[in-house]
Write a protein that binds this ligand. Structure first.
Ligand code: NZQ
Ligand code: ZN
Length: 393
């Protein structure tokens, strides 16, 4: 196991009806003028925005609001948010929504405290040194941004999707009411489940030896998802399944399952180019990319894939032919994703094989390599996209 620091300072406020406590938590964390930031309308329609405002009113906290965050959140709205915060004297940002709303809020929080163009953070020109405090009322279990240090924004000009990560961007408190996710369309629920599993797999496939504790934690989250995802698709009002999935989403991505080990974020990197180019849901893109990445890299450490196959997907170990077990595990993962309604190849996702050179180009690898479980050059990623284009059950 490698040396590590683990710092996860967010206060998680979990359970039914907890959004009514928003105002008192904003007060606790020092907010006096709040920007309520939300998405395309689901949180207004469900009555959640109304409930949050009522709670802020009761706590005597002033607010302004900015809705309209799109999935794959855009830089254009971030600029608007920064201007609004400055003109209104906002000192606290409240994200009411999913990963897109939270990430847009994080970018605004950092941008307000920076004199230059906030996109500088995403091109490496500047580092985030300061940010307004922010908090979350979560409406979808997926990205894990409610507990993570990451922020992913798409620059509309060129549809460039890029991410950053800073401790200062972690949420002060995150209200997590599983019942709020019951209004999600099945497809979005499944996208979220896929993303949660991907966050674990990006950590599970490692070259670091002797990481039993995090291996087992990863497997616990994966097994939970294998059980709960189909349950919630079959029965969308199942509160307990939703509760387990919501907590799994946080555990999968605040890095408690990833400390002390090398990680691999190449499936996410490859997927971000897909959701950047086609504006598809991140989880759906991962369903197409991740098993394809596995198919391409499994020979790098066949036994690690056998471990996944036997411990997570219940395959029988074939001691004479371990590769067969590894391949069976990958196929079971793909079938599982298909079973909860996810696409598994380019055609089902709405991506085009002829765009592969453009996707590879946008990754910006040049003559270098992407690091991780297995290093990947341009030819490798081209091959992974090709596998993804033609994948079948
Ligand atoms: O905009 P509204 O109307 O709210 O609709 C949203 C949106 O269309 C809808 N939705 C959310 N909660 C709902 C609901 N509909 C009905 N009832 C509810 N309770 O769901 C759709 C998707 O929302 P979005 O926020 O985009 O989903 P998600 O949480 O999956 O976030 C995806 C974004 O997060 C990034 C992704 O790349 C993508 O941009 N990620 C962020 C990470 C992070 N910051 O740590 C890590 C992830 O790997 C990921 O990259
Ligand atoms: Zn993700």
């Amino acid at each position: 196991m490698e040396n590590f620091n683990f710092y996860s300072p967010t206060e998680f406020v979990f359970g039914k009806g907890r959004a009514a406590e928003t105002g008192s938590f904003v007060k606790k964390y020092g907010g006096t003028k709040v920007l309520i930031h939300y998405g395309g309308g689901s949180a207004v329609k469900s009555g959640l925005i109304g409930a949050v405002k009522k709670s802020l009113d009761e706590a005597g906290i002033a607010y302004c609001e900015l809705g309209g965050v799109q999935p794959n959140p855009r830089d254009t709205l971030v600029y608007k948010g920064i201007d609004l915060c400055r003109s209104e004297g906002v000192d606290f940002i409240l994200a009411v929504g999913g990963g897109s709303v939270i990430d847009s809020s994080k970018a605004i929080a950092a941008g307000v405290c920076y004199d230059g163009d906030f996109w500088d953070f995403f091109t490496g020109i500047a580092e985030v040194k300061n940010a307004l405090p922010l908090a979350v009322v979560l409406t979808i279990a997926a990205a894990g941004s409610e507990g993570s240090r990451s922020c992913v924004i798409t620059k509309e000009d060129g549809m460039l999707k890029r991410g950053i990560g800073y401790e200062i961007l972690r949420s002060k408190f995150s209200i997590m009411d599983p019942a709020l996710t019951q209004t999600l369309p099945a497809y979005q629920t499944a996208c979220g489940c896929t993303d949660i599993m991907a966050h674990v797999f990006e950590r599970y496939f490692t070259n670091t030896k002797e990481v039993e504790i995090t291996d087992r934690l990863c497997e616990a989250v994966l097994l939970t998802m294998v059980k709960e995802a189909p349950r919630v698709i079959a029965d969308p009002d199942n509160y307990d399944a939703r509760a387990n999935i919501m907590w799994a989403g946080m555990v999968a991505h605040n890095n408690i399952v990833g400390v002390g080990r090398q990680q691999d974020w190449n499936s996410h990197g490859l997927e971000h180019e897909l959701s950047g180019l086609y504006d598809v849901a991140h989880g759906a893109g991962l369903a197409v990319i991740m098993p394809s990445w596995m198919q391409y890299v499994y020979k790098h450490n066949v036994l690690r894939f056998c471990q996944m196959a036997t411990r997570v997907f219940g395959c029988q170990m074939n001691f004479e032919n371990p590769e067969a077990t590894a391949v069976e595990g990958i196929q079971r993962f793909r079938s599982f994703l298909h079973g909860i309604g996810m696409p598994i190849n380019f055609a089902e996702l709405g991506a085009k094989e002829e765009d592969i050179p453009a996707l590879v180009e946008k990754l910006g690898i040049g003559d270098g390599k992407l690091g991780g479980f297995m290093e990947l050059d341009k030819n490798d990623v081209t091959e992974i996209y090709r596998i993804a284009a033609h994948a079948s059950l």
